[in-house]
Design a protein around this ligand. Structure first.
Ligand code: F6R
Length: 256
């Protein structure tokens, strides 16, 4: 795992967006796995800026959802499909159908998760998977206890996640209890992974992911098994890393 520490939330977004832009510049038909959540918003805005200024063209890329709530209408502001469209895709001229969705309203959810896995496999997998991390170490909606071999499936949300996401809804009671999520095994098949985290609330999960054992108790720690993971975090999210000085020095050296 390469860990890059930046001074601020905005510097994290610049670093992460720069890597996505570089990939799409070198390979416009790249396949990108897209996460949602507050941490991703600054990155998507910078990608839109890059599109508008002609620095990068996102119209030939193909996109794959990471997760989606079950039972939320796509027209709702809390639907991840809606968020990805409004925060990113519709601003960069991504053609209709460029996003492979996880449909949380499909009549047969098991079938939907299987369909998604087949579509992802037929497309040859993703080149770059964007990830955030939950305060409990979840990635996608793979809550603690998710196995390293898990595939895209219906999952139950952990109480921590329901409370963390309650501010997007009227109350914690309105947060769906179930979601569809790419599995950890699915995520580990991405050719590269970019995980972004900011703020002190993520510090414990980041320390467990980077320095703890690879364990289902902290699903993000299972990324240690992947050969090409970059973690971009701000100083607050890095605050519980024991090896922080080492990784900071390494990041400074590599950024010249
Ligand atoms: C959302 C997702 C989640 C979030 C995580 C962090 O698609 O996959 O794992 O990335 O909950 O969310 P924020 O960025 O809102 O703290």
């Amino acid at each position: 795992m390469e860990v890059v520490i930046r001074d601020s939330q905005s510097a994290v977004a610049v670093e992460a967006a720069g890597r996505v832009i570089a990939l799409v510049q070198s390979a416009p038909a790249s396949q990108l796995g897209l996460a949602t959540g507050a941490t991703q918003q600054g990155i998507y805005q910078l990608l839109i800026d890059a599109h508008r200024s002609g620095v990068a063209d996102f119209s030939s890329a193909r996109y794959f959802m990471l997760d989606e709530y079950v039972g939320i209408p796509v027209s709702s502001s809390t639907s991840f499909q809606n968020v990805l469209s409004n925060d990113f895709l519709r601003h960069v001229q991504a053609p209709d159908g460029a996003l492979e969705v996880l449909d949380g309203n499909a009549p047969d959810l098991e079938h939907e998760t299987h369909r998604f896995e087949v579509a992802l496999g037929n497309a040859g997998g993703v080149d770059l998977q964007l990830l955030g991390i939950g305060t409990n170490g979840h990635i996608g909606f793979n809550e603690p206890g998710s196995s390293a071999e898990s595939r895209t499936r219906v999952v139950e949300l952990h109480t921590d996640t329901i409370h963390s996401n309650a501010h997007y809804f009227e109350s914690a009671e309105s947060v769906p209890r179930c979601a569809l999520s790419q599995g950890i095994g699915t995520i580990l098949e991405a050719r590269s992974i970019l995980l972004i985290a900011t703020g002190e609330s993520k510090a414990r999960a980041i320390a467990a992911m980077v320095e703890g054992p690879a364990t289902e108790d902290c699903p993000a720690s299972l990324l240690q098994k992947h050969p090409n993971v970059t973690v971009i975090i701000d100083t607050a999210a890095a605050s519980m890393l024991r090896t922080r000085e080492k990784v900071t020095t390494r990041a400074q050296a590599s950024s010249g």
